[in-house]
Design a protein around this ligand. Structure first.
Ligand SMILES: [Zn+2]
Length: 356
């Protein structure tokens, strides 16, 4: 019996396959809210973040390569390629995110998500306070151990206080905490610290006292009163932004002893210490930097990402020579970004990959 392909299943299958194949190429996957293509200031910010991230990740790749840490080399390259292709749909552009801490774009999105999650809760607190908990400055080789120790000591003190509370003594600890680390370029020291927002001053004082007790027990004096700080938060949004820095500042003062009030956008005296940042990111890997304690977020308060398939989209590809995304069919530039000459100079001359 001869097979009639034109009427049989095989023919139908082949037809369907062709159909699906062409559909795949007509659709793009987008997620998140994206950025409006008519909001030029937002697009320029995105271009600026991409330029800084690219310069930093190239330096981080060099550092990781010279250390033979090839898993990190791969992760840094992922960030270099983050946002290389944007999908334009319905007057907005969407990208795929590398979600790494050293990516200015992804860290910015994560910060905005955290802000949206925590702001409605914090605004209900009557007198929120910002507590900063530090330990003595450490050298690069001690950083990873000290960060792990800080996390375990905070958990120990929190459990102790909560047990005490369940016996009817002391208050239940409530707050939002973030772990961060600064680098002192002149002394080559690292300053890991916690920023904690609590509902009132007595709770800040209580946690500070327990933190000192935890570190200084056994006569092992490691934490001083001077390193700890408590401040009232008068502007909840500003307070939150201060706390949510996502691990480490990318741009540091070359001379941190030279204290002055830095205005937004002022780049004088700033450098990128790639090796120090690499040390910090490595020490922080496998740790969560943000978290709340004493309360749980409801599902409504947790942010979710919707993924959808769209057709009728445009593709914008990042071109390094323009520091901008270019429309693959029209050749139009997305942002018309023009780099600030001071930033360009900083990225060309002030990225330090020296071992610290
Ligand atoms: Zn990214």
């Amino acid at each position: 019996m001869s097979k009639n392909y034109s009427n049989g299943n095989i023919y139908t299958l082949a037809q369907n396959r062709t159909h699906n194949y062409s559909l795949e190429h007509l659709k793009a996957e987008i997620s998140g809210t994206g950025t409006s293509i008519i909001d030029n200031p937002a697009l320029l910010k995105r271009a600026n973040k991409k330029v800084i991230t690219n310069a930093l990740t190239l330096a981080l790749v060099d550092v990781a390569k010279s250390n033979g840490e090839f898993d990190l080399v791969k992760k840094y390259w992922n960030t270099y390629h983050c946002q290389n292709e944007l999908t334009g749909y319905d007057q907005r552009v969407h990208g795929k995110y590398c979600k790494n801490r050293w990516c200015a774009t992804c860290a910015g999105i994560r910060k905005a998500d955290l802000l949206n999650t925590y702001y409605p809760l914090l605004i209900k607190w009557k007198e929120p306070h910002l507590l900063t908990l530090t330990i003595k400055s450490v050298k690069a080789e001690q950083l990873a151990d000290k960060i792990s120790e800080m996390i375990s000591k905070f958990n120990t003190l929190k459990d102790r206080c909560n047990k005490r509370h369940s016996r009817g003594k002391g208050m239940k600890l409530i707050g939002i905490k973030s772990l961060e680390c600064n680098f002192n370029a002149s002394k080559k020291w690292y300053n890991p610290h916690y920023h904690i927002i609590v509902p009132n001053r007595p709770m800040a004082l209580y946690i500070k006292q327990e933190w000192k007790k935890e570190w200084n027990k056994n006569g092992n004096y490691q934490v001083s009163e001077r390193g700890q700080d408590i401040r009232e938060i008068t502007n909840v949004e500003k307070g939150l932004v201060e706390v949510i820095k996502y691990g480490a500042k990318m741009l540091s003062d070359a001379d941190p002893t030279h204290k002055r009030k830095r205005k937004r956008g002022d780049l004088d005296g700033l450098s990128i210490y790639a090796n120090a940042l690499h040390t910090i990111y490595k020490a922080m890997s496998h740790h969560r930097l943000y978290g709340s304690f004493g309360f749980k977020l409801s599902n409504k308060e947790k942010t979710t990402t919707n993924v959808k398939l769209v057709n009728d989209f445009q593709t914008w590809k990042y071109q390094h020579k323009y520091m901008d995304w270019v429309n693959t069919s029209t050749g139009k530039r997305l942002t018309e970004y023009d780099i600030d000459s001071k930033l360009e100079q900083l990225l060309n001359t002030c990225i330090d990959t020296e071992l610290v």
